[in-house]
Design a protein around this ligand. Structure first.
Ligand SMILES: Cc1cc2nc3c(=O)[nH]c(=O)nc-3n(C[C@H](O)[C@H](O)[C@H](O)COP(=O)(O)OP(=O)(O)OC[C@H]3O[C@@H](n4cnc5c(N)ncnc54)[C@H](O)[C@@H]3O)c2cc1C
Length: 398
C-alpha cells in the first residue's frame, strides 16, 4: 500500500465508527475507516438494537439526556439512511413495558420512575393493564412501567447502511488493522497499517472491546474491557408482540420486524465472564449455560415461549467501562486523537449522538451543546477500573 492522505482516520467499522464516518463525510471531510476484520463484525453484529430509555443503563442527568438526544436523532436519521442506501434496517417503533415480577423489581422500577418521569411521559400499569396489552405475559407479573416510544433496529444492517452511506459521501473503507499512531510531539500525523501509512490530521479510536490495546502505545489508560453477552433468536407461532418487553430479571423479549423473536441478554455473571481479561482474548463462543439460562428467564416472563424454536444463538462482546458510560472526546495531552468507545450495553442506541459529539469536537457545535459533553470525557476516571456493576447484572435488558 502506498502512503496516502486524508483528513480523518476512524479506526473500527462498528456502529459507532460508521456513524461517525457518516456525519463527518457528509460534512465534507475526507474520511478513511480502518477495519481489521469485516464491517460490524465486533459487538455491533451481535446487538439486539433495542433503544429503550428505562433500563439501568442511563442515570439522571447527562447520561439520560444523551440517550434521549440519540433516540431523537435516530428517528430522523434512519429513514434518511434507508432512502440513501436502499438498505432496509428493520427499524420499528413500539411502546415498551418494563415489567416487575416481584416487589424488588417494582421498588427499583418505580424509584427510577420518579426522576425518569421528568424526561418522559411514562406511566405505571397494574398487572391487569399489562395483561390487557399482552395476555401472554406471566400471571406472576405485578405491574410495569409503560414507555411510550421505544425503538428497535437490526444493528448489523444499520452498521452496513452507515458504512455504505459514508462511502457514497466519499469515505474510503480499508480492511487493515491500525497498528501504530504516528505523531510529532503528541500531535497526530498519521497511522500505520501493515505495509503502509496513512497521513491524517485526526484519528478517532472507535475500536470497541479492543480499545485498551492502544493504552500502552499512547501512554494513556483506556478503561474499556470486553464483557461477553449472548442472546437468542427464536421462531414462534402466534401473533407478534404488540410492544417490547423488558424486565430486570428476565431481560428483553421482542418480536423483530422480520417476525423472528429476540430474547436476552446474558450479562456480568457469565461463566465466561471476560472482565479483567485483555481485549486480545475476546471469547465469541456461544455456551449451553447461556442458552438454557436465557430460555428459562424468557419462559418465566412469557410461558408460551416454551414452544419456541431456537434458530440462532449470538455471542458478542460489549465494550464495558467502569461506570457503563462511553468515553467520548479528545485524549488529554494529545492533539488530534479522540476516543469514541466504551458504550457497554448501549452502543447502537448511542452511536447517533456519539457521531454528533465527535462532529462537534472536530468542526465546532455551531449551537449550544444539548447536554454536558464533559460527563463522557475519557479523563473522568482515576486509577480504579473495576467493573463494580457486574455483581448486580446477571442479565442486560438489551
Ligand atoms: C448480546 C448483546 C446485546 C446487545 N444489545 C444492545 C442493544 O439492544 N442496544 C444497544 O444499543 N447496544 C446493545 N449491545 C451493545 C452494542 O453491541 C455495543 O455497545 C456496540 O455495538 C459498540 O459498537 P462499537 O462500534 O463501539 O464496537 P464494535 O461493533 O465492536 O466495533 C469495533 C470495531 O473496531 C475494530 N477494530 C478494533 N481494533 C482495530 C484496529 N486496531 N484496527 C482496525 N480495526 C479495529 C473491530 O474489528 C470492530 O469491528 C449489545 C451487545 C451484546 C453483546
Amino acid at each position: 500500500m502506498k502512503n496516502e492522505r486524508c483528513d480523518i482516520v476512524i479506526v473500527g467499522a462498528g456502529a459507532v465508527g460508521c456513524a461517525i464516518a457518516y456525519l463527518l463525510s457528509k460534512a465534507g471531510l475526507q474520511v478513511t475507516i480502518l477495519e481489521q476484520d469485516s464491517i460490524g463484525s465486533g459487538s455491533s453484529a451481535h446487538a439486539t438494537g433495542l433503544f429503550t430509555l428505562l433500563g439501568s443503563d442511563f442515570s439522571d442527568g447527562p447520561s439520560f439526556e444523551m440517550a434521549l438526544a440519540s433516540h431523537s436523532i435516530c428517528k430522523t436519521m434512519v429513514p434518511a439512511l434507508e432512502h440513501e442506501t436502499s438498505i432496509e434496517t428493520l427499524f420499528q417503533h413500539k411502546q415498551a413495558i418494563r415489567l416487575a415480577l416481584d416487589q424488588e423489581d417494582k421498588d427499583m422500577i418505580q424509584s427510577m420512575g420518579t426522576w425518569q418521569s421528568r424526561y418522559l411521559p411514562i406511566r405505571w400499569l397494574s398487572a391487569t393493564q399489562c395483561h390487557q396489552m399482552e395476555p401472554r405475559i406471566t400471571k406472576k407479573v405485578i405491574g410495569g412501567m409503560l414507555e411510550p416510544d421505544a425503538l428497535q433496529i437490526d444493528s448489523y444492517r444499520l452498521t452496513l447502511a452507515l458504512a455504505k452511506a459514508s462511502e457514497q459521501n466519499g469515505a474510503t473503507i480499508k480492511f487493515r488493522r491500525a497498528t501504530k499512531i504516528k505523531h510529532h510531539k503528541k500531535k497526530v500525523t498519521g497511522i500505520e497499517v501493515p505495509n503502509g501509512e496513512i497521513e491524517c490530521e485526526s484519528i478517532i479510536l472507535a475500536t470497541g472491546s479492543w480499545s485498551n490495546l492502544f493504552s500502552d502505545q499512547i501512554k494513556y489508560p483506556i478503561f474499556v474491557e470486553p464483557l461477553k453477552g449472548e442472546r437468542l433468536i427464536l421462531k414462534m407461532n402466534g401473533k407478534p408482540l404488540p410492544l417490547f418487553l423488558g424486565s430486570p430479571k428476565g431481560g428483553h423479549i421482542i418480536t423483530r420486524k422480520d417476525g423472528l423473536w429476540s430474547i436476552g441478554s446474558t450479562g456480568g455473571r457469565d461463566d465466561d465472564d471476560q472482565s479483567g481479561k485483555p481485549s486480545s482474548a475476546i471469547n465469541y463462543s456461544p455456551s449451553e449455560e447461556a442458552r438454557l439460562d436465557l430460555l428459562q428467564r424468557a419462559v418465566m416472563v412469557m410461558p408460551c415461549l416454551e414452544n419456541a424454536q431456537v434458530v440462532q444463538q449470538l455471542a458478542g462482546s460489549r465494550p464495558a467501562t467502569p461506570d457503563r458510560k462511553p468515553l467520548i472526546g479528545s485524549i488529554p495531552t494529545w492533539e488530534g486523537l479522540y476516543l469514541a468507545t466504551g458504550h457497554t450495553a448501549r452502543g447502537v442506541h448511542l452511536s447517533f449522538i456519539t457521531a454528533k459529539m465527535i462532529h462537534d469536537f472536530i468542526l465546532g457545535s455551531g449551537n449550544q451543546q444539548l447536554f454536558n459533553y464533559e460527563a463522557f470525557s475519557p479523563a473522568r476516571f482515576n486509577a480504579s477500573r473495576k467493573l463494580d456493576y457486574l455483581e448486580d447484572s446477571p442479565i442486560f435488558e438489551g
